[in-house]
Design a protein around this ligand. Structure first.
Ligand SMILES: [Zn+2]
Ligand SMILES: [Zn+2]
Length: 282
């Protein structure tokens, strides 16, 4: 399993000289498997560059797994080259909602005056799926999705092969229910998704003092990201969903803080997600 980060910024794209190292594109992560399966997690603006790369690789069967419908997680879809190629089959998975189907919710971003082309008229063969309640398989990968604490219907994903496991929970505030440490993981949002995984991409948007001012906004402090990783026994923590106001310099301070907090956890030190970063799992 090979995990590639194409966008790791939270909320809004932040191009500019202060974000060059870690990148300004919003959430998009590619998981490619040895059998050629391509799973794309979220469709923030990072998906645009991924689309061109997939074209170069001749990939025409793609699964896109959306965590939720906040715009920063699907704003890049309109500019995903595969959508404009009639040879492409694109399966889009996402959380169910009682109000509108997944396709209807995404179609809002494909209608005037926001966008000139209706979703029904894109050339690719697009199929929408609500994520199942239980585990399901895509080719040789086993997936599970579960609702997590974040405003609006939001899921995280766990992806497993015979030899490795990975979880992606980019927007998540498990501390909203109280301190994570010392609580049974039965009562920690997202715990079963991330339990014992080799690598975890998790929301770490804020420094601890910033979080105190933003409780209930749906995101985690660096301390809560580390506490969650420890509670679920995950291996490597990748700090994700970078706060738009955080420059590269501030992000490195956040990484230092994560490493300080994780000391004694054993295993890998936490690492900042960075555009272009590749995590190879056995
Ligand atoms: Zn987000
Ligand atoms: Zn969100």
């Amino acid at each position: 399993m090979r995990v590639t980060i194409w966008g790791c910024r939270g909320s809004v794209p932040t191009p500019g000289p202060e974000t060059i190292t870690y990148g300004g594109n919003t959430s998009c992560v590619e998981v490619s498997l040895d059998d050629g399966t391509i799973l794309v997690l979220d469709a923030g603006t990072g998906i645009r560059a991924l689309g061109f790369d997939l074209l170069d690789r001749g990939m025409r069967k793609i699964h896109l797994c959306l965590t939720h419908l906040h715009l920063a997680h699907h704003e890049g879809l309109r500019f995903f080259a595969q959508l404009w190629d009639e040879r492409v089959e694109l399966d889009i998975w996402g959380p169910p909602s009682q109000e509108l189907s997944l396709g209807e919710r995404i179609a809002r971003a494909f209608s005037p005056p926001l966008f000139p082309v209706d979703l029904r008229d894109v050339p690719a063969v697009v199929t929408f799926h609500d994520v199942p309640r239980g585990p399901w398989t895509i080719d040789r990968a086993s997936l599970s999705a579960q609702f997590v604490v974040h405003p609006g219907p939001t899921v995280g994903y766990r992806i497993e092969t015979k030899s490795s496991s990975f979880a992606y929970i980019p927007d998540h505030e498990p501390a909203l229910a109280g301190a994570i440490a010392g609580r049974s993981t039965d009562w920690v949002s997202g715990a079963s998704l991330a339990s014992g995984v080799d690598a975890l991409i998790h929301d770490a948007q804020y420094f601890e003092d910033e979080y105190e001012e933003r409780i209930g906004w749906g995101h985690s402090s660096v301390a809560d990201a580390v506490a969650f990783t420890r509670a679920v026994g995950a291996g490597r923590l990748v700090l994700f969903h970078h706060e738009p106001r955080h420059s590269d310099v501030l992000l490195e301070q956040l990484e230092d803080r994560a490493r300080e907090l994780a000391r004694g956890n054993g295993g890998h030190s936490p690492t900042l997600a960075r555009e272009g970063m590749v995590v190879e799992l056995p």
